[in-house]
Design a protein around this ligand. Structure first.
Ligand SMILES: NC(=O)c1ccc[n+]([C@@H]2O[C@H](COP(=O)([O-])OP(=O)(O)OC[C@H]3O[C@@H](n4cnc5c(N)ncnc54)[C@H](OP(=O)(O)O)[C@@H]3O)[C@@H](O)[C@H]2O)c1
Length: 279
């Protein structure tokens, strides 16, 4: 048998309701075709799980387990898996979504990018003991990551990578570039910070919290400002390194007036729709 966590339907309007969780016991799935059976060892939560509980996320359903992010061990393989021995006993990270493989322009699938967990768009979720998934949808987990760390990587990591490297472009995410990451308390923002620092980018951040700015600097950011303070955008420009008059790219997940103010900090020739500059 396999336990799984679902949203439970109660009455309430989107934004006012907070769906309770229920644990359900169901039959352990059998892998079909090219599917692998994964025994999950860790799953992580994402802000979308809160939005789902509040009925503020597209496609909410009560029939699919929650959870987009997870890691686990391969314990069985379907009859058409090409090389079952390759996978047997391997610790794998699950791809959190389908429909978007590699195009820099966005999802190749006309149905769009469909993320696991709690919606009718994709019938998988990671808040369960066992899940079956196509072998093409898993990657071996890096050995240096614990289960909890590996489980925290997929959705925010993929989103952050796509924003920083795929969308902002190689030039703006390489050594010497200067980028602004707004709202560094956010899950995606933190991933962008880690990737950008590892690539030698000068990273600047904004936050509502001095504590989060301090932590970001400990993680390698050059500096940060509090977006609650008047004139934060001007202060940011004064912090740029010598020879830089503006940011090469801005990775923004907050929207609102942050975009209006931050766009004035970008170097000339930037594409606002990408929140990034490719020239
Ligand atoms: N999470 C994912 O895996 C995922 C996947 C695909 C797309 N996205 C999109 O990526 C964006 C970020 O998602 P997330 O899950 O990382 O968000 P999150 O964890 O909920 O973080 C949001 C952050 O936004 C910051 N913020 C709020 N108001 C702000 C303002 N006025 N100016 C600047 N920053 C402000 C806050 O930063 P401080 O705490 O530092 O103040 C907050 O922590 C969203 O648009 C989401 O739809 C997320």
């Amino acid at each position: 048998m396999s336990k799984a966590i679902y949203l439970t339907k109660i009455d309430g309007k989107p934004g006012q309701v907070y769906y309770p969780l229920s644990v359900q016991t169901q039959a352990k799935p059998t892998p079909q075709g090219r599917e692998l059976l994964i025994k999950l060892t860790a799953a992580s939560l994402n802000h979308r799980d809160v939005f789902l509980r509040q009925h503020l996320y597209p496609g909410v359903t009560f029939d699919v387990p929650l959870g987009a992010d997870g890691v686990g061990m391969v314990v069985a393989a379907g009859p058409e898996v090409i090389d079952p021995q390759r996978w047997q006993g391997k610790r794998v990270i699950l791809n959190p979504g389908i429909g978007w493989e590699s195009s820099p322009d966005g999802p190749e699938d006309p149905k769009g990018y469909r993320i696991m967990g709690g919606t009718k768009l994709y019938n998988k979720g990671t808040l369960q003991e066992y899940v079956t998934i196509e072998e093409s949808e898993v990657e071996e987990a890096p050995e240096h990551l614990s289960d909890a760390e590996a489980a925290a990587l997929p959705l925010t990591g993929l989103t952050g990578w796509r924003a920083l490297v795929v969308k902002a472009g190689d030039k703006n995410s390489s050594k010497g570039a200067a980028i602004l990451v707004t709202g560094i308390g956010g899950g995606v923002a933190l991933m962008v910070l880690r990737f950008a620092v590892a690539r030698g980018v000068n990273v600047y951040v904004t936050s509502s919290s001095e504590e989060k700015i301090k932590r970001a600097v400990e993680l390698g950011a050059k500096a940060g400002v509090n977006y609650k303070e008047e004139g934060w955008e001007k202060k940011l420009l004064s912090l740029l390194p010598p020879g830089k008059a503006a940011f090469d790219a801005i990775i923004d997940g907050a929207g609102g007036d942050a975009v209006e103010k931050a766009v004035k900090l970008l170097k000339v020739g930037c594409d606002l729709s990408l929140s990034a500059c490719n020239k």
